[in-house]
Design a protein around this ligand. Sequence first.
Ligand SMILES: [Zn+2]
Length: 356
Amino acid sequence: MKDFFDNATDESRWQAVETRDSRADGQFIFAVKTTGICCRPSCSARHPLRKNVLFFKTLAAAIDAGFRPCKRCQPDKLVPEQQRIDRITQACRLIESSSEPIVLARLAAQVAMSPFHFHRLFKQVTGLTPHAWQKALRAKRLREQLTQGDLVTRAIFDAGYQSGSNFYQQANEVLGMTAKQYRQGGERTVIQFVTGSCWLGEFLVARSERGICAILLGNDAQELGHELETLFPHSSLMTGDEQFAQSVAQVVSFLEHPCEHFSLPLDIQGTAFQQQVWQALRDIPAGQTASYSDIAQRIGKPQAVRAVAGACAANKLAVIIPCHRVVRNDGAISGYRWGVERKRQLLEIEAKLQEE
Ligand SMILES: [Zn+2]
């Protein structure tokens, strides 16, 4: 119906007028030569004779031609329904762009309505009261920011909660746990893990509901288990089921062939900065290395060399996030979370695989 005027003929327009087709409203205006009045297609007034009718694409064009808007169908006003929805949409945009909750009276005033009518209409259009809608929006923002790894207090502030304590009162309602627990991986999350040995020594692979969340390397399976506990203190750890044990074979195969594509879903938990560094590490191709200051440059924070080194050391996904490909500025192999010897072995095998 959008191109009614352009695609329609005068005949089909007249038909829309005769049938008072409201879908044609806004598509064209008809004017009556004998009365000097112009109308929406759906006008409920008695129909003029066809020979006295002219069609215009817009109301402005009809007015330019000397016609007055009809008092009954008011083509100079938005379709009332649309007008009401527009006001609610406008209110929603106001809420979204505000960093703080907006009280009902102010919202209603902004869209030129009485608080009473505004409240009723808002609920009709969105299905929620303005208060509930704002609350839902803040909760959504907070969940997004917490999963991105923002600091708890900043996330609360950015999500539009006026004070931390106000949020903490509502925390259980919103997240089902406190923000801190949510941020730390969630008290309710279950993490399955499997240990085994591979060419690099002992390994532990862990998976949350979202994906592989840890790959640890070491010399002792029990120690790796303790390390996992430290990394995810609020999760329930349990031994992996048969299905998971099978997918671990893919991880082990990747440890042996770090140049190949890894397709299992990952659950990468960390602060926004860490995630940025880890992404930059994943962009270093196998067989190549970069220095800490290269990475700092690549993420646009050339001063943050030490913080980059810190993020490398905090990596929980050995080999998949290839922190072993980061070396000292002079190219020397420096510290590695899982031992310098393993780092050297990994770089060697990658260089060899690239040659093949
Ligand atoms: Zn009319």
